[in-house]
Design a protein around this ligand. Structure first.
Ligand code: GLY
Ligand code: MN
Ligand code: MN
Length: 477
């Protein structure tokens, strides 16, 4: 980026630009309208974020808690990656501003929450137009008073926070890994173990979703359904180019309706479906092959869907593709049926794995009985991964939760998880018939635990093989 004289200016300060005349500097200070807003509505989740902060306060009485949003990260030279606030910060504040920090200071009856943010740019000292983070370059920020109205949290200038934290007395905990400046101001006050307890608490706190979160997850899924429909409509263009056309098509929907994709889209045609995290997406898309599309839109509030469909690129499954697909469908049906309140978290995985093991024995790929296959885990050569995970602001949500609160835990209403069994026959797997090689199938849906069972948030996308074919035919006609 350059100024009008071709000088690189981003991130540089006024003193590096002797070319700025006193007259121009004076001129740039004035003649600007007052744009301060005084009647802003709170963000819709403000009441929920307040309740989350209250629960956090009750868990750590008498301790100072520091939760940073994170900073911009350099992509190359003077350009940065798109910023995505830390999940913990966004969950507790509803804000997503880089460099923001939420601090809960202990007071007599609990904690006082303050959000620390970059304020509006100073127009007197030239920061506004000469600093790379000046608003003229990066866009208007909320004033601290505006942020208070929006978030319902008192706001202060974040540039004064490191010094304030250095002076803090008493116990402090910090969510690590997001803000090096904040961490270095706390080095002599925190311990790894105590910080980890804070991270674990915040991960477990997100397991049961409130009404706002369930609504956002449904929005994420609904946009994702439209993204899958977009992809089906352009499969001919993908055949003429590559998997990138699929990635770009889904990304357009994610950016127009949401914040971003919640994770790198897996657009895996043909044998790429057997590579679980195929995100290079640079391969050919061929009629007669399957496309495994695993993609999710992330909403503006940072909740993501995580959906997979495995589609015949020309609209019709071959016999062997259908046989493998229908087995995975049957396993997913068994898995979804096991999602209900009071069930062990592991039940849906066990139910789906049992069906897949039965099929593998029936097809002669592994010697039975099924109980032996399951005990020795022999089906895993082709099933590869767990059958699902918690879903929320992180695609693999609640990942820091303790084993007893997650995989050894019990399902409760308000939890949301994926059910995503798969079968993958690698192209070089000599233990399976040649016709199976290079076929990978996964079907993944987003399932909410309800009071009396479950609700499939992604049920608008067909799953049964004949329904998938009819859906594709209707979209392409
Ligand atoms: N998209 C990653 C997963 O399905 O877990
Ligand atoms: Mn997925
Ligand atoms: Mn998943």
């Amino acid at each position: 980026m350059t100024d009008s004289d071709g000088e690189p200016v981003r991130g540089r300060k006024n003193d590096l630009y002797p070319g700025v005349s006193d007259e121009l500097a004076e001129n740039m200070k004035c003649g600007w309208a007052d744009t301060e807003a005084h009647d802003l509505q709170q963000v819709p989740q403000a009441a929920h974020t307040a309740a989350r902060r209250a629960a956090l306060s009750a868990r750590f009485p008498g301790e100072c808690l520091v939760i940073p949003a994170g900073n911009l990260e350099t992509r190359s030279n003077d350009t940065e990656y798109a910023f995505r606030a830390s999940t913990e910060y966004a969950y507790l504040t509803g804000d997503q501003t880089h460099d923001g920090v939420l601090v809960l200071e202990p007071v007599k009856d609990g904690h006082r929450a303050t959000i620390h943010l970059l304020p509006r740019s100073n127009r007197e000292n030239g920061e506004f137009w000469l600093d790379g983070m000046g608003e003229l370059w990066v866009g208007r920020r909320h004033s601290l008073a505006e942020a208070e109205q929006l978030l319902g949290i008192p706001a202060k200038d974040v540039r004064e926070l490191p010094e304030q934290l250095k002076q803090a007395t008493g116990p402090v905990r910090n969510v690590r890994g997001h803000d090096a400046v904040i961490e270095s101001s706390l080095t002599d006050k925190v311990t790894k173990e105590r910080d980890e307890e804070l991270r674990v608490y915040l991960s477990e706190a997100r397991a049961v979703k409130d009404d706002f979160e369930i609504g956002e997850l449904q929005k994420a899924v609904d946009s994702t359904v439209r993204g899958f429909e977009d992809v089906v409509k352009v499969l001919d263009k993908a055949e003429a180019t590559s998997e990138r056309y699929i990635e770009g098509t889904f990304f357009l929907r994610a950016r127009v309706e949401g914040n971003d994709v919640g994770y790198g889209s897996i657009c895996a045609a043909g044998p790429h479906a057997c590579t679980l995290h195929w995100v290079r997406n640079d391969g050919d898309v061929r009629s007669g092959d399957l496309l495994l599309l695993d993609a999710g839109v992330e909403t503006h509030s940072l909740y993501t869907a995580d959906v997979t469909r495995t589609l015949p690129i020309n609209g019709r499954f071959t016999d062997v593709q259908r046989k493998i697909y229908d087995a995975v469908y049957e396993a997913q049906e068994a898995g979804i049926a096991a999602v209900k309140p009071g069930a062990a978290y592991r039940d849906f995985h066990d139910a789906a794995q049992r069906v897949l093991a039965e099929k593998l024995v029936e097809w002669g790929l592994v010697e039975g009985p099924v109980a032996r296959v399951l005990e020795l885990g022999l089906q895993r050569r082709w099933t590869l991964h767990g059958t699902g995970h918690m879903l929320g602001m992180d695609v693999h949500d609640c990942a820091a939760a303790r084993t007893e609160a997650y995989v050894d835990g019990t399902l409760e209403p308000g939890m949301c998880l994926t059910v995503e069994p798969g079968l993958y026959f690698q192209a070089d797997d000599l233990t399976v018939p040649e016709e199976y090689r290079g076929i990978g199938v996964r079907i993944e849906d987003d399932i909410l635990v309800t009071e009396d069972g479950n609700r499939n948030l992604s049920e608008a996308l067909p799953r049964r093989s004949d329904e998938v074919e009819a859906w594709m035919a209707a979209l392409k006609s």
